[in-house]
Design a binder for this molecule. Sequence first.
Ligand code: HEM
Length: 456
Amino acid sequence: MSSETFLLLGILLFAAITVIALLSYYFPIHPLTHKHIRHRTTISGIRDVLERTRDSQLQTRATANQALEHAFGLHPDISTFVSGDRETNDAFRRHAYRLISNSTFVELADIARQAVDTTLANYVGDIPYAELIQVATFRFVVCGLLVPGTTPDELGHTHVREATRLITAIWLLSKQSSANTTYLRNQLKDHLDALFPADPSIIQLESLNPIWETFWRVVAPLFAQLRLGGSRLEDTRNAFEDFLELPTTAQFHALRCNNTAPSAKYASLEALRAWSPVSRIKRQHTTTHESRLTRWFWLPTWLARRITSVETTVDVADIEAAHRSEYWAVPLPSTSSTGPGPATVGVVPPDPNVYDPSRFLLEPQRAADVLAFGHGPLQCIAARWAPLAIGLMVGALLDRINDVESRLVPASGAGTNSPGGGASRDPKGWEGWRVVKLQQREQRPFGAGAASPRGV
Ligand code: HEM
């Protein structure tokens, strides 16, 4: 081989090494990417994950929620769900407390009634069930929490309907990592801004999403179950209707029929067990190590440093699985009633797959095992408030969709025991379900309620 060929080979080799070095500098090489998923399906396993320190959970929650952050364009300086920062967490929690203190329960009962009335009045023929619940709960959340002082009939129907449709569409797309949601996001912003033209940015997705998305997802199956549950659930329907008439915490907690039937509180809690709107809580840890390749091959240090292996561990707190597990079917070891309900030693609890609020009447201690609001340092700040708000919305729906003014009609072939099936978090699970109007009704005057203590 001539010396020119050697020189040429040398130059090519040098050029190749330089290109690799530059590429690996800007694009680190991860030849080995490991992903472990640790599924927790028991109450104690879930508690273990959610009891870790606040700082570590903020970080690992933000990492797990990256797809949601990008899909909705959430700001990490506002939303604690996509930020690892302690101050953001403090500020977000304070803001959320203010929101649930904006209206009294008496005011919220009026808002719930008007949210249902206005929604029903905006349709002419049959109403798709999921859409009705989404629109009515959106009006309730906006007027009761986010923009106090506004009434549900002030919100333009088309904008509300489109906003709820777009949030759901973006949420579904967030499950596909490569999806581009910019177009839908822009449309969503236009509809939200159009609701309050004088103050277009008043509704922030960072606040709206975690409240509304959880709300409609539990109200939909609960109302459907109650309306179609026949005589077995008559007491429970009455509990919600009475709570709407007298929206006090005492009424919410009161056991019924001489302490032999569950309260509205147990009925709401049982809905959160049976159809937990947050089905899984994830914490994702990512660690980067120098690749094991470097153990087997000699590589120059600068290159070895650029070749890394990434290890991702996702802890999945599967609340849905824990809430439906056999744990709920086996009597607690020394079951004795702590409340005013009947003594229950040795009583076999109801089937975990059946909505039956009497399980808490039989074993009141189980109330603490409902993990729908999470657990530990990042537990939902509305864990005590939201069950009452759900009760008011369901009471207002029962009051109007009552087989006289309008009727809930399930999809053909749908069972009534588990409405919407496992897909109830996605409106598609409610396809074919509708509310049929039977009679016209005059709208109720708004604001008839008396003053009462604040909602918290
Ligand atoms: C049915 C209704 C609701 C359910 C099922 C629910 C559920 C949850 C869950 C499971 C978490 C914990 C998330 C995690 O550990 O990563 C959470 C956190 C939170 N929720 Fe709720 N939520 C509801 C309603 C609300 C409402 C009405 C508000 C306030 C206006 C609210 C404000 C918050 C806040 C601020 C956090 C974050 C707590 C923190 O990170 O320190 N939630 N919620």
